[in-house]
Design a protein around this ligand. Structure first.
Ligand code: RAM
Length: 336
């Protein structure tokens, strides 16, 4: 009797170990990553996620999920990260609604073994391993003023309609816009106000209309946000101000095609959001595998994007923004 019990125990233990080992192997085979965006309902992030799915399919063994709060707030993202810690996902790529507010929860996630990176809109040092930027912030910011100046012949009142007031990426770019406009060649151009549409179409539209009412001599509205730019183009057209108030900024060719072709927005810039999601996924994969640590100087392979170099403070840059106008917008509109 005693012997039988022992056998059962040993067999049971062996199965138990085998079973435990089996689930651990399975967990390793399927990495779970999350693309956590500023808020849902933004075509830019839909394109980012397409890139993540593309990379996941190439790499194999990765399950990528698209998440974000309904409003672009740090609180909404913190809540989601807390739940991802409980679910023990393997990696999170975050486009942050606040550079500092997410640090404590991101640290908690990293302490739990989750690899955290930021992309698009960064988390400050301490709250992520690396920060993948679409392009150099100075370049993006200065270019926004240059695009508006060309349209407005270097004269008149210009306003900025941004995303949310805490957005890391837009705030950096706006700082560089303020630098660029100090150049004497823009002495007849005045940046009158920065307003925030929170990357919500309705709010952005209302803010654009309010700008046109408040500044009757407004010459241009610069929107360094795809959501803001689309809403502003709609508002300017609806108010009958196309050609009077120039519209430019960062926009998706697929969303802006009509306004570029009809002249409401004669030029705008952007980078490839698909590449951003694709690269983020490759970076997370290497960090989860442990083949890369994200240390300064390291080169991290990223499939068709080549290898990405980690610079000081864990920053990784992609390329330079493209400029879109009526000659090339249709070609790109098919992609993003
Ligand atoms: C919006 C978001 C995003 C930004 C683009 C340009 O979609 O604010 O963070 O990078 O615009």
């Amino acid at each position: 009797m005693k012997k039988t019990l022992l056998v059962i125990l040993i067999v049971g233990l062996a199965f138990g170990t085998l079973f435990a080992a089996g689930t651990k192997e399975e967990a390793k085979a399927q990495k779970e990553i999350v693309i956590l965006v500023k808020n849902m309902g933004n075509g830019f992030f839909d394109a980012v996620f397409k890139g993540s799915e593309e990379a996941a399919a190439e790499l194999g063994g990765i399950k990528t999920t698209y998440m974000g709060p309904s409003q672009p707030t740090a609180e909404g993202q913190i809540e989601i990260i807390e739940s991802l810690i409980a679910q023990r996902v393997d990696g999170i790529a975050i486009s942050a609604n606040d550079a500092d507010a997410l640090i404590p929860v991101a640290k908690k996630a990293m302490a739990a073994g989750i690899k955290v990176i930021s992309f698009d809109s960064g988390i400050n040092v301490g709250g992520r391993i690396v920060d993948l930027l679409p392009s150099n912030a100075e370049l993006i910011g200065r270019q926004q003023i240059q695009l508006a100046a060309e349209l407005a012949n270097n004269t008149g009142d210009v306003a900025v309609l941004s995303a949310s007031a805490q957005a890391t990426n837009q705030n950096l770019w706006i700082d560089w816009m303020k630098e660029e406009i100090k150049d004497p060649k823009y002495s007849k151009m005045k940046l009158v106000e920065v307003v925030y549409g929170d990357d919500l179409p309705d709010k952005s539209y209302r803010e654009a209309v309010a700008l046109m009412k408040k500044y009757p001599n407004l010459k241009a509205i610069i929107c360094p946000t795809t959501v803001g730019l689309l809403a502003t183009a709609q508002a300017v057209k609806d108010e009958g101000k196309a050609g009077i108030v120039e519209v430019t900024g960062l926009g998706l060719p697929s969303e802006m095609k009509g306004y570029i072709l009809d002249g409401t927005c004669r030029q705008m810039a952007l980078w490839n959001p698909i590449d951003l999601g694709y690269t983020s996924t490759y970076l997370l994969n290497a960090l989860i595998d442990g083949t890369k640590k994200g240390s300064v100087g390291e080169e991290i392979p990223a499939g068709r994007m080549g290898s990405m170099k980690v610079l000081d403070d864990g920053i990784i840059f992609m390329s330079t923004p493209y400029v879109f106008n009526k000659d090339n917008v249709e070609m790109f509109a098919a992609y993003f």
